[in-house]
Design a protein. Structure first.
Length: 211
């Protein structure tokens, strides 16, 4: 039986929370009830997330000494790979992000052994990303949220334009976000702008993933 499109969500303007919320050694995992909450099966199209490609089916790693972000959102969804398999993800969107000592690595498993493609930012320059959206399996780090709202309807999130979830699903957003010792396992990244100065890219035999 075909499923009709859900009605357009009515945006509610929630009041900003004032105190900071600190989470030490925070681990965010897109599994269980969060990923299967009502409405998340609509995936990319209904959620309005700017991802229009099939993900590879594998994951890659990102690490940074520090991330500083302005206007951030998070909610659960699914991504579909080229084999039409669905993967639950936590969608994290940041309107403006700065990352220091960035490392991104992906490992290809070939008949001749593993190959690791690594991209690193310059040691003394910050990476800048605008309208950054990460579909992630796991995130670890020491996090501080400013003016955070947790439990907000994902369809009403407004911190990052166009990055919203489905009506009735859990969502959260914050005015500011600081993460020390960032470690991410992700399925995809999109950004309006992703700027690296004095960056390097290398490919090496074996598994040499970012920490």
């Amino acid at each position: 039986m075909p499923v009709s499109d859900p009605p357009a969500p009515r945006v509610r303007r929630a009041r900003r929370a004032h105190p900071h919320t600190e989470v030490r050694r925070f681990a965010l995992i897109a599994t269980g009830a969060l990923a299967l909450s009502a409405g998340t099966l609509w995936g990319t199209i209904a959620a309005g997330v700017p991802v229009s490609f099939a993900v590879s089916g594998g994951t890659f790693r990102i690490s940074a000494d520090h991330l500083s972000g302005k206007d951030a959102v998070q909610f659960a969804s699914y991504r579909t790979d080229a084999g039409d398999r669905r993967h639950p993800v936590a969608v994290a969107g940041i309107a403006d992000a700065r990352l220091t000592n960035l490392c991104q690595s992906s490992v290809a498993h070939t008949p001749f052994g593993d190959l690791t493609l690594t991209i690193r930012s310059g040691p003394n320059t910050a990476v800048r990303a605008e309208h950054l959206v990460i579909d992630l399996d796991r995130l670890n780090g020491d996090m501080t949220f400013g003016q955070v709202q947790m439990g907000r309807d994902a369809a009403t999130l407004d911190a990052v334009p166009g990055v919203v979830g489905t009506p009735g699903a859990y969502g959260q957003q914050a005015r500011t976000l600081e993460i020390d010792k960032l470690r991410v396992q992700a399925r995809s990244i999109t950004a309006g702008t992703f700027s690296l100065t004095d960056a390097s890219m290398s490919i090496t035999a074996g598994d040499h993933s970012c920490p």
